[in-house]
Structures are given as structure tokens and as C-alpha cells.
Write a protein that binds this ligand. Structure first.
Ligand SMILES: *Cc1c(COP(=O)(O)O)cnc(C)c1O
Length: 394
């Protein structure tokens, strides 16, 4: 096999391998939602019943299915994953003016949710093994900046309270949760998982979203399952679940007819119409996961012996949901990343680079950040490739 040396060779080689993995010459999106007759029936039923808004039986059924799949006692369905994460942070004790430790390599919503809770994101480095928060880097950074005071754990550089750690399971690959939880425990910090990309992923046989104290899921149109737009707060802490449910339903005290609200709440409850879609989608989760796993295998096989890129594989002792497949460009190939993105997109293969590091976005440039050598390196190398479950072979 020819070794790709020029950018043109490299683009041709990677294009051929992606085509071989997915086995079609048609244009393909990065990730398409998938609906069947069950979704149609559920949504029709919802319209016919008139129960389309934020009260209705499908919301309860959807929450029960989500909690069961994630191994948590409770799920509270919300309008999107960003609102779920905001509420999870608030419930976990994050207050305005606090700092929250988040990975720099994440979707913007992770940091946005921190700001929506009135806090400041504090950016951390990633691990090459998981693409998520690096426990060693976290521990080393906290040893430098964290100070125990009468006001709790404080960042000695900013004077702000450090209030929570938010690991994010990148593309569905679980982070090294045992090591992160150990650091969190050392410092007395709650762990709020951003599990938006990791529905159905397992870490040592335990579902992502059940690995910290509370977590947020997303059911946006591009995620592994979708409710159009949607999210969920999941936790096994009954008091926290009750408070999350209260906050997302305008903090209304239960009463047959009175409008009685006891704090400034949010209108974040998932409508019944979206939940109807969600009930049908949750039924499809096992099949979706099986096909995602087969597609990941197709990519791994197609990239055997490739010198320009490797397919990122699931971390040890984990079962990823393989939401988005990722190529990691090898030394010498990463400088041609933009040519690769142009070439594959022109060939009808929708590919995208990983997110820009959050600490360099204009609204976050003044936020605290640890050294980010691994995240900076990954930022230049990661390219996501078409990952819809319908690309899996039977
Ligand atoms: C999708 C996503 C979210 C937020 O989800 P929305 O439903 O789009 O608000 C949060 N964090 C990460 C890492 C995501 O990928």
C-alpha cells in the first residue's frame, strides 16, 4: 500500500478508507437522526390527545426509561442538555461567583451552562487515553491553585470558590472516572457529569451518567437518540431530583389550582410532544448501540495500516456508545488537517474538526485555565467522520 506523503495522497487515502468503512458512494451527513413507525404513532397519539405541552404521561414514561437505562433512581426531563447541565450544577451547590472545573476540549454548552448558573468556567487539560478530563493534570493543577479556607475550597489566584468538577465523555468515550472521583473526593468537590454524548456508554459495566453525584444528558437532533430538542438531569439523590424538578417547572408548589411559586424558577420542562418521541427512541437504544458498535468496527478495519490517521478506540474497561467516530491525525498529517477537511467534504463525506478549545473563545479568554498541552495537541488532530447508525452493515 502506498504511504500517503503529499496532502493530495493523504486526502485520497483517507477518502478511500472512509468510503470503504461506510460502504456507500452517496453523500453522507455527519450524523442523521433515525425515526420509525413507533415514533410516528407516539407523536400522533400525543397530538390526538391534546396533551402536547409540559404535562403528560409521556414525560413520566420517558423519564422512567432514561433513569432505567442510566442506572439512576431519578431522571428529570428538560428542554435541552444545556438547561439540564445548568440545573445539575445549581442543584449540586454551584452558586453565582463560584468557579467550576471543566475540560477545555468540549462543546461550548459545557462552559455556557456554568455561566448560566452564574459561575466561571475554569479550563483543564485532557487525557490522550480518553480525550476527556485528565485526572493527573487535574490533581497537579489543584495542588498548585486550590486552597482550603473557611469559605471552602478556593482558587488562590482568583479568590473564587471552586464548586464542582464537570467531566465530559467525549464522543461517548467514558473518562477515567475512578481516578477523577478520587481527586474530587480528596478535595470535597461534587462531580457533575456532562454525559450529553454518552447515553448508553459503560465504564466498568456502569452507565455514564451514574458515575458522579448528578449528570446531564442531551437529546438534541445530532445525539445518539433525539427528542427533537431535549435533555435530562439524572441522579440517585432523591432530594436533588426533587429540587431539579421543582426548578425546571417554574418552582411551582404542587397545588390543584393555586399559582404558588417559592423561588425564581425556570421554564425548562420537556414538552409531552418531545417526550413522546423520546419514549419511542429509548426503545430503540439497544439496537442503536449495537449498530454503532458495528460501524466503529468497520472504521477500525478500514483504517488498519493507515499511516496518516488512526481511529480513536474505546478506553480500557469501557464500552463506548460510539456516538461520533473520530480520526486522530498522525505526526505530519495534522498539518494538512484543513486540506483533509476540504477534500473529504468535497467528496460528499461530511467531516468536521473537533471543537476549538473553549478557553480561546472570546467570551472565555479571561477565565482561568490550567496548562493545556494535550488538549492543544488533540485540537489540531481530531476529525469526526460520518457516524449515523444506518451506515452499519447487517
Ligand atoms: C450536545 C451537548 C450539550 C448540550 O446539549 P443541547 O441539548 O444541545 O443543549 C452539552 N454538552 C456536550 C458535551 C454536548 O455535546
Amino acid at each position: 500500500m502506498a504511504i500517503a506523503v503529499t496532502p493530495a495522497d493523504l486526502v485520497a487515502d483517507l477518502t478511500a478508507r472512509v468510503r470503504a468503512a461506510i460502504g456507500t458512494s452517496d453523500p453522507v451527513p455527519l450524523h442523521a437522526p433515525e425515526f420509525g413507525p413507533r415514533e410516528r404513532a407516539m407523536v400522533t397519539d400525543c397530538i390526538d390527545s391534546g396533551w402536547v405541552s409540559s404535562v403528560g404521561s409521556h414525560v413520566d414514561a420517558f423519564e422512567a426509561a432514561v433513569a432505567e437505562a442510566c442506572g439512576t433512581e431519578h431522571a428529570v426531563a428538560t428542554v435541552n442538555g444545556t438547561s439540564a447541565l445548568q440545573i445539575a450544577l445549581i442543584v449540586a451547590g454551584v452558586r453565582p461567583g463560584d468557579e467550576v472545573l471543566v475540560p477545555a476540549l468540549s462543546f461550548v454548552a459545557t462552559a455556557n451552562a456554568v455561566c448560566h448558573a452564574g459561575a466561571v468556567p475554569h479550563f483543564l487539560d485532557s487525557s490522550i487515553e480518553t480525550l476527556g478530563l485528565c485526572p493527573l493534570a487535574l490533581s497537579a493543577h489543584l495542588a498548585r491553585v486550590a486552597e482550603r479556607t473557611g469559605n471552602g475550597l478556593v482558587n488562590r489566584n482568583t479568590g473564587r470558590r471552586l464548586a464542582a468538577i464537570v467531566p465530559m465523555h467525549v464522543f461517548g468515550h467514558p473518562v477515567d472516572m475512578a481516578a477523577l472521583n478520587a481527586v474530587a473526593e480528596d478535595y470535597g468537590l461534587p462531580v457533575v457529569e456532562d454525559a450529553a454524548e454518552a447515553l448508553g456508554s459503560l465504564y466498568h459495566d456502569r452507565p455514564c451518567g451514574s458515575l458522579g453525584q448528578i449528570a446531564a444528558l442531551s437529546f438534541n437532533g445530532n445525539k445518539i437518540l433525539t427528542t427533537g430538542g431535549g435533555g435530562a438531569v439524572i441522579t440517585s439523590n432523591g432530594e436533588w431530583a426533587r429540587r431539579a424538578r421543582h426548578l425546571v417547572t417554574t418552582a411551582k408548589r404542587p397545588h390543584r389550582w393555586a399559582f404558588d411559586h417559592d423561588e425564581v424558577g425556570y421554564n425548562y420542562r420537556l414538552p409531552n410532544l418531545n417526550a413522546a418521541l423520546g419514549v419511542a427512541q429509548m426503545e430503540a437504544l439497544p439496537d442503536r448501540l449495537a449498530r454503532k458498535r458495528r460501524l466503529a468496527g468497520q472504521y477500525t478495519k478500514a483504517f488498519e495500516g493507515c499511516t496518516g490517521a488512526t481511529v480513536f478506540g474505546e478506553p480500557a474497561h469501557c464500552r463506548s456508545n460510539h456516538w461520533l467516530n473520530a480520526l486522530v491525525l498522525q505526526d505530519g498529517a495534522e498539518v494538512h488537517r484543513d486540506a483533509i477537511l476540504d477534500g473529504l467534504n468535497e467528496a460528499g463525506l461530511m467531516v468536521r474538526p473537533v471543537w476549538n478549545l473553549l478557553n480561546r473563545l472570546p467570551m472565555f479568554v479571561d477565565c482561568p485555565a490550567a496548562p493545556l498541552p494535550v488538549a492543544s495537541d488533540l485540537e489540531r488532530r481530531i476529525v469526526n467522520v460520518p457516524s449515523s447508525a444506518n451506515l452499519a452493515r447487517p
